[in-house]
Design a protein around this ligand. Sequence first.
Ligand SMILES: NC(=O)c1ccc[n+]([C@@H]2O[C@H](COP(=O)([O-])OP(=O)(O)OC[C@H]3O[C@@H](n4cnc5c(N)ncnc54)[C@H](OP(=O)(O)O)[C@@H]3O)[C@@H](O)[C@H]2O)c1
Length: 314
Amino acid sequence: MNFTQIPLGTTNIKIPPLGIGAWAWGDRMFWGYGRGYGDADIREAFAYGMQAGINFFDTAEVYGLGQSEKMIGRLLQADGRPAVLATKFFPFPFRLTKGSLQRALHGSLRRLQVETIDLYQIHQPFALIPDKTMMQALADAVCAGKIRAAGVSNYNVERTRQCAGFLKAAGLPLASNQISFSLLNRDPEKTGLLALCRELGVSVIAYSPLGMGMLSGRYTPESPPRDFRGNRYPKEYLSRILPLLGLMREIAQAHGGRSTVQVALNWVIGKGAIPIPGVKNKRQAEDVISTLEWRLTGEEMAQLDAASDAVGRR
Ligand SMILES: NC(=O)c1ccc[n+]([C@@H]2O[C@H](COP(=O)([O-])OP(=O)(O)OC[C@H]3O[C@@H](n4cnc5c(N)ncnc54)[C@H](OP(=O)(O)O)[C@@H]3O)[C@@H](O)[C@H]2O)c1
């Protein structure tokens, strides 16, 4: 695959312009791992990513209750090629001290079978521990050589700015903010979060860039998703996104029979963010990675913006 690697924030870590999300890897609770997809599918998807140079994987200690990290650890050991691993610390309410980050990090390192994690992210803002304390804990982990870069996830404008400031005081950049961003959720553009991250040199990692699969066009009001996504995207909402999906199909066709998935991901890339689509098998990995073979025009980006605005809020 022909693409140029990009820096993660202002760090010296280089990543492809698109990563792979591993929430569904080993996760039975939400994604029904083992029903419809399983070990062999994930192994093939992982191998396809690695051979294409898409070696940036996003996981979290909570995904599949640790199974996602374990699976990546095993796959990476067997593969032997270098990868860039991102995982996350979850702010459980019983984690009340700075030391809890060190202990959680130790668990992730063990499951991933690595000495250092490339990007360690706070999964969501903490109510109980001040951001300054959490950022100091991340800075300590960098100093100890346990992580290479510090990131946050689901942080708003104010807290992103503050966290970047706390890390700067410790001599480190805030590498990234991982947020929900897609044609079905443009809040980060509207709140100024995207612009702030650009201004600060913080990479925006876009999660759920396919609207949890709704932008694949596979789900319709007649055939809604049968798992946890059914509540999140009810039939009425699936009806409302039909015109957007229609436009995405037209654009996909105009580029030589592409998929709406590739349109969705190229839109995110066009906005300057790094999408991390979740994939469950090789076919999905091939499709998402082919996104990097082409680009949307400025006019198509504007048409997609307008169609997305017309959908309104979920
Ligand atoms: N930081 C956070 O709070 C947070 C929250 C959510 C996610 N994330 C991260 O972001 C990653 C991606 O988000 P996500 O999994 O929520 O949503 P997503 O990437 O928008 O959608 C993933 C789903 O889309 C479908 N899909 C993927 N490729 C496809 C293709 N080529 N054709 C048709 N369908 C395709 C698959 O589901 P079906 O085949 O079942 O339709 C897949 O599970 C996660 O894995 C995780 O790493 C982070």
